[in-house]
Design a protein around this ligand. Sequence first.
Ligand code: ASP
Length: 338
Amino acid sequence: MNKNISFVFLLLLFIINIFGLSGQSVNSYVLVIHGGAGNVTPERIDDEIRPVYIEVLTEALISGERVLKNGGSSLDAVETAVRILEDSPLFNAGRGAVFNAEGKNELDASIMCGKEINSGAVASVTNVKNPVSAARMVMEESPHVLLVSEGAERFSYEKGLEIVDPSYFFDQKRWDVYKEFLRRMEIEKKGMNEPHYDGTTGTVGAVALDMDGNLAAATSTGGMTGKKFGRVGDSPIIGAGTYASNKTCAVSATGHGEYFIRNVVAYDISARMKYSGETLMETAEYVINTKLKDIDARGGIIAVDKDGNIAMPFNTEGMFRGYINSKGQMEVKMFGDE
Ligand code: ASP
């Protein structure tokens, strides 16, 4: 009898050790990334450029995974992955950001730690090479959550982050889109007030679960072509474009920011999981493909829950996206029908 009790006790200890109390294996990790949702179709993304997108997205996944594999934090992993996407001119974040109505690049970013429910963000910065790292500095080295424009730039400089000339962000393709925006506004006599959501803008984001069971999320963007100067989208707004809580999930969004702010999309997904008991997949699908779609709000999200389940729904033609996990699985996709 005693032997049986000891055996059951040892078995329980073994199960707790392997899976933790949450059901998630303690040795498991997941990283999910996106490079923007929108009009991403085989017609718009040329055959020659596709492998380049795949290459950069893969590099972001592998570099972020390296952090997680070595026992690093989900925060370090999402920052690492987002920095790589920011450094690529292919995406609308950091280098390659879109132009606002005045022909300038104004960048937004945020990061959130699901363990501490702590977050940081910067908005409308023009000379910080990696806005996601500035967001992290705000979270870790200031008592604030969001710093904007010159204040955020001065803070980033004082903290030793890399500052660049604004011309660093110039990208000819983005400039051509901006010129086209100006031309269309002229023809349609719409004035300069309407931001252009053409869906190939390429905001970037990452969410991760690390081996300690901690969740994190980060998002970075240049916003939308032709946005009014000083306009801030959802990406640096905690709860709208980015959210993470160890009790539920980590979310990073991309899409028409004004709708994502009004609908508090990232927090809504977390709250629905918490209060209604829906799974991540159910709630993410509902929010993107019913709630937002019904009001013509275009975009998508990536998310991972506390048990390592992932969701990558979008209601646009496509979304640059991918994931990698401790089971050795990795996938990178861009179109809707893949
Ligand atoms: N959400 C971004 C913004 O509104 C744009 C995007 O994700 O494409 O600033």
